[in-house]
Design a protein. Structure first.
Length: 259
C-alpha cells in the first residue's frame, strides 16, 4: 500500500459543472447537489478517463461514479494521482457511503411560487386586453416587464437578506466552515458542524479555505457567511433603493396606458 504521507502530497480536487471530487488517505469524496459520496480507497477497482473531461471511478461492487472536470489536463492529472495511491489489494466488502445533504426547503418559497403564478396569469390577461383596446401600446406593456421583473427581484433579495440577517442577529450561532468542494463553477461548498453535532453544508461565491458561517439553529436552510455589519446594511440599502427605481420605471411603462 502506498505511504499515507504520499496520499496527502498527491491529493487533488477535480471540479466540474455538476460535481466535484477530491481524495486523500481516507478515500474519495464526491460532492453533488444534495448528495455526498464517500468511497474508501480499497473499494475502488479502477479509475480512468472515460472521455477527455470525464473521470470514471469503478468500485469493486460494479458501481461506477462519473465526475466531469473543467478540462482534459485536470482530468488526466486527477486520474494519474488517484491511480497512484490505490492499494494493491482491494476489499470487495468495502462500500461507498452515500449521504443526502439536501436540506429542507423554506416553506415560504412555496407561497412565493403560488403568488408569482397568479401574477403571471394576471399579467397575460392584462396584456391581451391592452392589445385589443390600444393596439401598438401593448409594446410598452411587454417592454416594461423587464425593469419590473428586475426591480421585483432586487426587492425580494433585499427584503430576504434583511429578514435573514435580523433573525440570525437574534438567535444565530457563528461557527467555522471548511471548503469541501464546488457546486457548479462559481459556488464553493463549505461544511460546518452545529453545536448539536450535525454536519451541514453551505455554498456561496467566496473562494476561501475557511470562512465563518452564521446559522439558525431552528432552520437549517437559513445560513449566511458572517459579514461586517456596515457592509451588510449597505448591500441591503443598495438592493432596496435600486429595486424601487426599476419598479417605478416598469409600472409607468406597463400601466401608463391607464393614466
Amino acid at each position: 500500500m502506498a505511504d499515507p504521507d504520499r496520499h496527502s502530497i498527491t491529493s487533488q480536487i477535480l471540479t466540474g459543472r455538476r460535481a466535484s471530487a477530491k481524495f486523500d488517505s481516507d478515500g474519495v469524496r464526491i460532492i453533488r447537489s444534495g448528495q455526498q459520496v464517500d468511497i474508501p480507497l480499497p473499494a475502488i477497482e479502477a479509475v480512468r478517463a472515460a472521455e477527455p473531461r470525464t473521470v470514471e471511478i469503478m468500485l469493486t461492487d460494479g458501481t461506477v461514479h462519473r465526475v466531469e472536470g473543467d478540462n482534459p489536463t485536470a482530468t488526466t492529472a486527477f486520474v494519474d494521482a488517484l491511480s497512484a495511491v490505490l492499494p494493491e489489494e482491494r476489499d470487495p466488502s468495502s462500500r461507498a457511503v452515500v449521504t443526502d445533504t439536501s436540506g429542507p426547503r423554506d416553506p415560504g418559497l412555496y407561497v412565493v411560487g403560488a403568488v408569482l403564478a397568479l401574477l403571471v396569469l394576471g399579467y397575460i390577461g392584462y396584456a391581451v386586453s391592452v392589445a385589443r383596446a390600444h393596439g401598438a401600446r401593448v409594446v410598452g406593456v411587454i417592454t416594461g416587464l423587464l425593469p419590473l421583473l428586475l426591480g421585483a427581484a432586487m426587492l425580494f433579495s433585499g427584503v430576504q437578506e434583511a429578514f435573514r440577517r435580523v433573525v440570525l442577529a437574534r438567535r444565530g450561532i457563528t461557527v467555522l466552515a471548511e471548503a469541501v468542494g464546488r457546486e457548479g463553477k462559481k459556488n464553493v461548498v463549505y461544511r460546518y458542524t452545529t453545536v448539536e453535532g450535525d454536519d451541514r453544508k453551505y455554498s456561496c461565491k467566496r473562494n476561501q479555505q475557511r470562512i465563518h458561517v452564521l446559522y439558525d439553529p431552528q432552520a437549517s436552510w437559513r445560513a449566511v457567511h458572517a459579514d461586517w455589519l456596515p457592509f451588510v446594511l449597505g448591500r441591503v440599502l443598495v438592493l432596496i433603493l435600486g429595486s424601487l427605481f426599476w419598479l417605478v420605471v416598469g409600472v409607468v411603462m406597463i400601466f401608463g396606458v391607464l393614466w
